[in-house]
Write a protein that binds this ligand. Sequence first.
Ligand code: FE2
Length: 436
Amino acid sequence: MTRESMDTVTPIVIRNARLLERERPVNIRIEGGIITRISEEPLTAEGAEVYDADGGLASPPLVDPHIHLDAVLTEGFPQANMTGTLIEGIQRWSERKPYLTPDDVAGRAEEALRWHMVHGVLAIRTHVDVSDPSLTALKTLLTLRERMKPWLTLQIVAFPQDGIFCTPRGPELLEEAVRLGADAVGGIPHYEWTREDGLRDVELAFDLARRYQRAVDIHCDETDDDHSRFLETVANCTRLYHLQGRVTASHTTAMGSYNDAYAFKLLRLLARAQVHIVANPLDNIVLQGRFDTYPKRRGMTRVKELIEAGVTVAAGHDSIMDPWYPLGSGNQVFVASMLAHVGHLTGRAQLPWVWRSITEAGATVMELPKYGIREGAPASLVVFCEPTIVDVLRLMSRPRWVFSHGRLLAETVPAVSTVLWEDERLPVTFLRKDAP
Ligand code: FE2
């Protein structure tokens, strides 16, 4: 893919779009890759391509702050995960890894990125397994990160899938991945063989982050074991290493099993240290609770309580058709819908939090400096057919148009549905006419 110079790009006017923070629809003018005007009054469309949003919602691009692009689309080869469990998933991935080549990784990752693009996801943080001594996937995705820059922001986390201290040369491989250019240092403390090694896992990630000036994003306490308590160490290291705002703990499902007194203490620590949390409701609703009989736990971190405590909580897709999760399509609205259901977040006051988890909160996790729809900002935005976030979440529809840096990147023709009703063909839009 190539891009022409900004000087030759035709200006764009988007008419009649709804913004979250405004009552009345607006018109948006885009020139030279920048939003130059947002107005409720008509804007001149002379020399511009015109897109009529017809009252649809215009949102900043969706964000996926947690995916494993090296593993996407590998489900079923060389063997499928027949039980659907986390343990069999790890086994199947270890059998798949010898087949990784640069072409294999790049081909699957590019395909998944196109799926994301069509769904309006233009900022993606991928974890990459760096337990492989050749670092094939890491090197391939570092190259892809540069190629994708004109269209989307791709960040890479060096992720020690098999554990740092139970993998031969684990610490060296992690440092080599960071030295080669990973944006963030990962860890997996709950997967190390001992609690002591788990603590060393977290401390090494912070030490590397400080030495190489990187962010931290640790797979932390992704288990139902209520004794898995590395999140408090992450919070404390964030304070000690002065990395407030640059640290993310992903999954943190054990938090759903902690007693309330301990969780209360932990919430305060996390908020004070400004640690961000990424929940991954698709994988964790199916992978956690597997050792339970009934009642079965939901395998979800305490999203509502974290947000109420002032912690940034974003939601990630985690997997697309890989050994851990055979479904998914890069649709972050599906992820948000799952978060709303699994996290008890369907209250009128809470659905905006759910939307935030795949937009602004993800941008905070990824430290995106120019995120949002405003005059002077980069013209990257997504236009849906539906007028509200509730309608988008309910219908899980794809955006009609996705614009990246002032150019149309992806388009979906809206479906037209009708029903034959008493000899009449009636249109069905799934939208309420009397919305309060
Ligand atoms: Fe993950």
